[in-house]
Design a protein around this ligand. Sequence first.
Ligand code: ADP
Ligand code: MG
Length: 255
Amino acid sequence: MPLSEPMLTARDVHRHFEGLHAVDGVSIEVMPGRITGLIGPNGAGKSTLMAVLAGTLPASSGTVIFQGEDITRMPAYQRARRGLVRTFQLPSEFAQLTVLENLMVAAPDNRGESLLGALLGKRYWMPDEERLVAQARGLLKRFGMSAKESDYAGTLSGGQKRLVEIMRALMLRPRLLLLDEPMSGVHPSIVDEIAGYLETLRDEGLTILMVEHELHMVDRLCDPVIVMAQGRVIGQGGMAALRKQREIVEAYLVG
Ligand code: ADP
Ligand code: MG
């Protein structure tokens, strides 16, 4: 696929909840090798759109194309196998599992023995899981979390939990990572660290679509930026140009 092709395209996507038009005819493109930002006020429909793109919520109507394939009706796990993986706005780590176990549970070809073993209080891996353990330890090293490998995820700081979530997603070897507010609940001292990891991932070729509230992080990381309000896209482009558009400033940047 040529680099100029979008990795993901959403066409006229709607998602209604009863009478509420949470996503109301959104068309977007996500280009490869970039961190695309998704911003907008609370309730704009950002998380709902991410869920529809990831397949954790079905679209009411519209089309989602990923790497040239219509995935609109495809369940989330099949999208994940193709390389489209999301994280959640609220932390979703397994508090009673260790950090390493949290990563193992996320692995695609893990048949569940580890989870079962972990739930039974055992600490062993089946032979075919050793490759996954190596992959998980590689990620832990990369994200400066090796020392936390055996800690229960529930004991981690907010920032460390976010890192676990990103690492869990990376265990699936995504090509497009959907991040919903990866900096929320994160101490300011670790925000820059997470931003640095995201830049490195992007520089290695991972494509990211990211909902983010902190505009200085959007300025640093995201180009282009898509602005949503009331279920619709009201603007897109570079952050500097968006700041000059009155409608966008009124809808979002001022509040
Ligand atoms: P954002 O992430 O931009 O803050 P959301 O996508 O979470 O916005 O929500 C968009 C709108 O859809 C809000 O009005 C929210 O209350 C509503 N909404 C989201 N999820 C559901 C749901 N599962 N059931 C009913 N309404 C929902
Ligand atoms: Mg949200």
